[in-house]
Design a protein around this ligand. Structure first.
Ligand SMILES: NC(=O)c1ccc[n+]([C@@H]2O[C@H](COP(=O)([O-])OP(=O)(O)OC[C@H]3O[C@@H](n4cnc5c(N)ncnc54)[C@H](O)[C@@H]3O)[C@@H](O)[C@H]2O)c1
Length: 292
């Protein structure tokens, strides 16, 4: 029997696609998310297709609850095969517009949440002498992205955490990879359920801005990611053309910074034009869009 997989942020987007792809391979999956109802719906769909899946309510900021979810999944399947630390949020704004809560929310979910996952799964994997931890960072963890200061900060940290953990985990037979997607077609492009836009764009205008970057279908991303996980790749970048930007960052940090500044100025210009061309189209967020 396959060891269990726990996927955080599995109610939606990339996490959902990873859970579905894992289940299609016969891996029993726990879909862990704050959005329990949505996660239950995805799990039911997997079971209808013959897979093994259950949903668990989890806020990754809660380390004790994270541990309980991982323990339950591992005990039910006999062992823990994978932890996908995937839940994440963003607050889109210039850093001059952030307040302390914007920093706290993003750091607590994107960085502390991943650390909580490691605390929950790694000791068990060490005891087993096997297991694979896959942390979802982002291309924003490899290059700096404007209007996403706290996001790019935490995603760089997740890349660093994953690389350091991989060095140490090898001696225990435990594998560690970090997934760095470019742009994937998921609700986060509109701000996400628990993230927010602190700029004068509404959610669909925001998502529209990513279209020139040809967002990838999450199901394709999940299939490619699992193939790379099978090969124990340290850093997984999809869609593949985004690797070019990572090469530029390493070969010519100056050129990379120039490209980053150009993208920052373009976004500033677009926002300025929108401000001038009429009343700001304020983002319509659900009432409880903060992490609190
Ligand atoms: N979509 C992209 O273009 C893209 C690119 C690079 C990286 N990523 C990363 O991929 C991961 C998944 O994002 P997505 O694109 O599927 O977005 P998404 O908004 O569709 O999914 C995020 C999921 O995380 C859950 N979540 C948020 N806060 C949580 C918390 N505190 N505890 C538990 N669950 C929580 C949400 O309920 C949601 O189901 C994130 O880490 C994101 O930063 C996405």
């Amino acid at each position: 029997m396959n060891g269990a997989a726990v996927v955080t942020g599995a109610a939606s987007g990339i996490g959902q696609a990873l859970a579905e792809a894992l289940a299609a391979r016969g891996v029993p999956v726990t879909l862990a998310d704050r959005q329990l109802e949505l996660a239950e719906g995805v799990a039911a769909g997997i079971r209808e297709r013959g897979g093994s899946a259950s949903a668990a309510e989890l806020d990754v900021r809660d380390a004790a609850r994270f541990r309980a979810v991982v323990d339950e999944a591992a005990q039910a399947a006999g062992s823990l095969g994978y932890l996908f630390n995937n839940a994440g949020i963003g607050v889109a704004a210039e850093m001059s517009d952030y307040d302390a809560a914007d920093w706290d929310d993003v750091i607590d979910v994107n960085l502390r949440g991943v650390a909580h996952g490691v605390l929950a799964a790694y000791p068990r994997m060490i005891r087993q002498g096997s297991g694979h931890i896959v942390n979802t960072a982002s291309m924003a963890g490899l290059i700096s992205t404007p209007f996403q200061g706290s996001y790019t900060t935490t995603k760089h940290a997740v890349v660093g955490l994953s690389k350091a953990l991989r060095l140490e985990a090898q001696q225990h037979g435990v594998r560690v990879s970090v997934l760095c997607p470019g742009v994937i077609r998921t609700p986060i492009l509109e701000g996400g359920r628990y993230g927010r836009l602190k700029i004068d764009l509404n959610p669909s205008e925001m998502a529209q801005r990513f279209e020139p970057l040809r967002p990838m279908d999450p199901a394709l991303l999940a299939r490619r990611t699992l193939a790379a996980v099978d090969r124990n790749r340290a850093i997984i970048i999809e869609p593949r053309w985004w690797r070019l930007l990572w090469y530029v960052e390493r070969l010519s940090p100056k050129l990379s910074a120039r490209l980053g500044r150009a993208s920052f100025r373009r976004m500033q210009r677009e926002l300025e034009e929108l401000r001038r061309s009429g009343p700001a189209t304020q983002a319509e967020r659900p009432e409880d869009s903060s992490q609190a």
